[in-house]
Design a protein around this ligand. Structure first.
Ligand SMILES: C[S@@+](CC[C@H](N)C(=O)[O-])C[C@H]1O[C@@H](n2cnc3c(N)ncnc32)[C@H](O)[C@@H]1O
Length: 193
C-alpha cells in the first residue's frame, strides 16, 4: 500500500489499481467547482476512490468499479462503493454522475492480463466504454441531470462530444490541461432529452 497526498489530504493506493494522474485531479477540481451540498452523486469507475474521496466532503457519493481491488481500495479511503459493471447494480436517480473512463485506444497486443487493463482500455478507438455508458445511463440520470467526465485528445475529443450530443446531451468544456503527449479535457454534459 502507498500513500498519496493531494490538497494536503492523504489517501491510500493499492497495487493493481489506477494510480491517480493528471486526469483524476483535473476531474476532482471540476467536480468540486460544480457539485453542491445535497446533490445525489454517483461516481462510475472510482479506482482508488480519489475523486469521491474529495467530493464526499461536499455531498454524499456512491461509487462503482468493476475491479475488486479498486473496490477494496476505495473502501479503505472511506468511499461507499458497489462492485458492478458501470451502473448495472445501481438503482435510483442521480443529479450528477462523475466518470473518468478507460479512454485510451488499445490494440490486442497492448492489453494487460490483469484488472489494471480496465483502467485504460477503451477498445480500438478509445470510445468503447463511453458508448456502453451512454447506451444505459438515462436509466439513472433524469432530464436536467449532468455528467462530469474527463478525456484525452488521444480519444478524439470532437468524436466524444458528438457521441454525447447524439444521446441528447449538451456538451460544455469546463476544464482543459496540456500535459506531455496529450490534452486533457473535462466535459459537463447536461441531459436535454
Ligand atoms: C482511468 S481509471 C479512473 C479511476 C479513478 N476514478 C481516477 O480518476 O483516478 C478507470 C476506472 O474505471 C474502472 N472501470 C472500467 N470499466 C468499468 C466498468 N465497465 N464498470 C465499472 N468500472 C469500470 C476501472 O477499473 C478503473 O478503476
Amino acid at each position: 500500500m502507498t500513500v498519496r497526498i493531494y490538497r494536503d489530504k492523504e489517501f491510500e493506493l493499492l497495487e493493481g489499481v489506477y494510480d491517480p494522474g493528471d486526469d483524476s485531479f483535473l476531474l476532482v477540481e471540476a467536480a468540486l467547482k460544480d457539485i453542491r451540498a445535497g446533490e445525489k452523486v454517483l461516481e462510475v469507475g472510482t479506482g482508488s476512490g480519489v475523486v469521491s474521496f474529495f467530493v464526499k466532503d461536499v455531498t454524499r457519493v456512491i461509487a462503482t468499479d468493476i475491479n475488486p481491488i479498486a473496490c477494496q481500495n476505495a473502501r479503505l479511503n472511506g468511499v461507499e462503493v458497489v462492485r458492478t459493471d458501470l451502473f448495472s447494480g445501481i438503482c435510483g436517480q442521480f443529479d450528477v454522475i462523475i466518470f473518468n473512463p478507460p479512454y485510451l485506444p488499445t490494440s490486442e497486443d497492448e492489453k494487460l492480463d490483469t484488472w489494471l487493463n480496465r483502467a485504460f482500455d477503451g477498445g480500438p478507438d478509445g470510445r468503447d466504454v463511453i458508448r456502453q455508458f451512454l447506451a444505459g445511463v438515462k436509466r439513472i440520470l433524469p432530464i436536467g441531470g449532468r455528467v462530469l467526465t474527463v478525456f484525452s485528445s488521444l480519444t478524439d475529443i470532437d468524436a466524444v462530444a458528438e457521441l454525447y450530443r447524439q444521446h441528447g446531451f449538451s456538451v460544455e468544456t469546463v476544464a482543459r490541461e496540456k500535459v506531455p503527449f496529450e490534452v486533457l479535457v473535462v466535459f459537463k454534459c447536461v441531459r436535454l432529452s
